[in-house]
Design a protein around this ligand. Structure first.
Ligand code: NAD
Length: 437
């Protein structure tokens, strides 16, 4: 099929390359000329495992092109909207100006039977409004919502083989045509057994918000348990193992630690709360405010722990911060707990040296005064204490004996609960983690 993708960030660039990899003809548009140039040259402007490979092969096949010129989308049957929906500066609400701008730019280039497919995460009600916008502008194109569930770090796999597909389409003219087009564009995944939920626009929008709200709640739940465990001498990891054996609960997303971050969960729960307030239903999701508060508290808890474990005085304390990305296998530092811990320690007066295998560029672009090392050994050299904040395999596999030889004092705070306490203590370390004795 001939498809267009509007917005080439973490979601759109992967989606465009994956659609071309599946055999579709893809024209991908972004307003950022630098990004378009980098992607056209086969160089993703962000780290995503597997993306360079499918980007290069799709560009070479001639099935994938990037452009800043929206008029080039004319002739595509499906137009995927993948622009950003960040948090508004003045409130928790989602800023959907980029979605509106993309629709406005798309309108003059739409054919009568085209299908506009929203993938960005938007507040419930947005799709209906956009469908009315198409109609009022005289377009007979159909609007569908197809939320995206990819995980950064696994984005290529998640796009090529999603665990489910959600197609939201309004009843009326274009309904069957839009569903047929969506089934065709995702034919490979569907024939491999991927479940499809066909629904209305509002449900499709809400599925995404509800999924992220649930995941965020699960993480904050276990972090709340880790606070209780810590005060009572219990072990939160053993607790998570034990409750996780209950298949109604499940073990995944029950790792206590410094909490969630990134370009999705934090902003999505805030946007959900803001939208519920608008609907007069703030109390229905009031718990999400607590989920957010518990999550942000973990960052303070880790900062306080580092200072306490090193003797109580942050001033001139040399701290090695291991990790800056919000999670491993990503260079994304949007709302990153790791970056907040690094900054918080520096603000408290510590001499912070941070290292991350992929996220140092993005972190320094955000905070130019952040002191970074060239490698993990350099970060650890002469440090009074180390704190592991992003569970990159490179950090999880560190040999405590080698680490101890580099540091001024053998102290480590494991803010992801991923190291073996016995092994680190045996190497002479003062080891501490969250919610484990
Ligand atoms: P991003 O900031 O990385 O990318 C957004 C891109 O849209 C940017 O390159 C920007 O230049 C471009 N853009 C903005 N306005 C445009 C316009 N009018 N025309 C063309 N391009 C335009 O954001 P992202 O992480 O890719 O997220 C995009 C959407 O997908 C968000 O709604 C997000 O919540 C959702 N989402 C993201 C992920 C993820 O893991 N990153 C997963 C699922 C859903």
């Amino acid at each position: 099929m001939r498809v267009s993708v509007i917005g080439c960030g973490y979601l759109g660039a992967v989606h465009a390359a994956a659609m071309a990899d599946l055999g579709h003809e893809v024209i991908a548009v972004d307003v950022d000329a630098e990004k378009v140039a980098a992607l056209s040259a086969g160089n993703p402007p962000f780290f995503e495992p597997g993306l360079p490979e499918i980007l290069t092969s799709s560009l070479a096949s001639g099935r994938l092109r990037f452009t800043t010129d929206i008029s080039e989308v004319a002739g595509s049957e499906l137009h995927f909207i993948a622009v950003g929906t960040p948090q508004s500066d003045d409130s928790g609400a989602a800023d959907i100006r980029f979605v509106d701008a993309a629709i406005d730019a798309l309108l003059p280039n739409l054919g009568p039977t085209d299908v506009v497919v929203g993938k960005s995460t938007v507040p419930v009600g947005t799709a209906q409004r956009l469908a009315e916008r198409l109609l009022s502008a005289g377009s007979s194109a159909t609007l569908a919502w197809n939320p995206e569930f990819l995980r950064e770090g696994f984005a290529v796999k998640d796009t090529l083989s999603p665990d489910r597909l959600v197609f939201g389409v309004a009843e009326g003219a274009g309904h069957q045509h839009a569903l047929a087009a969506l089934r065709e564009v995702y034919a490979t995944a569907i024939s491999a057994g991927t479940p499809v939920v066909e629904t209305d626009l509002a449900t499709a929008e809400l599925v995404k918000t509800a999924a992220n709200a649930f995941l965020a709640t699960k993480i904050s739940f276990i972090n709340a348990m880790s606070e209780i465990a810590e005060a009572t001498g219990a072990n939160v990891t053993e607790l998570a193992d034990a409750i996780g054996y209950d298949t109604r609960i499940g073990r995944r997303f029950l790792n206590a630690g410094v909490g969630f971050g990134g370009g999705c969960l934090p902003k999505d729960i805030r946007a959900f709360s803001a939208r519920a307030e608008e609907l007069g239903l703030g109390s229905s999701v009031a718990f999400l405010g607590e989920v957010d508060a518990i999550n942000l508290r973990q960052r303070e808890r880790v900062i306080a722990r580092v200072i306490a474990d090193a003797g109580g005085d942050a001033v001139d304390l040399k701290v090695a911060v291991l990790g800056l990305a919000f999670k491993p296998q990503s260079d994304d530092v949007r709302d990153s707990p790791a970056l907040d811990v690094a900054r918080g320690l520096a603000v408290a007066g510590a001499q912070v040296t941070a290292y991350d295998p992929q996220a140092m560029g993005p972190a320094q672009r955000r905070f130019p005064d952040l002191n970074v090392a060239e490698n993990v050994q350099q970060a650890l050299l002469d440090a009074d204490i180390a704190v592991l904040v992003t569970e990159w395999p490179e950090f999880v596999q560190l040999d405590p004996r080698n680490v101890g030889d580099l540091m001024a004092h053998k102290r480590i705070v494991d803010a992801r609960n991923v190291l073996d306490p016995a092994q680190w203590r045996a190497a002479g370390f003062h080891y501490s983690s969250l919610g484990r004795p």
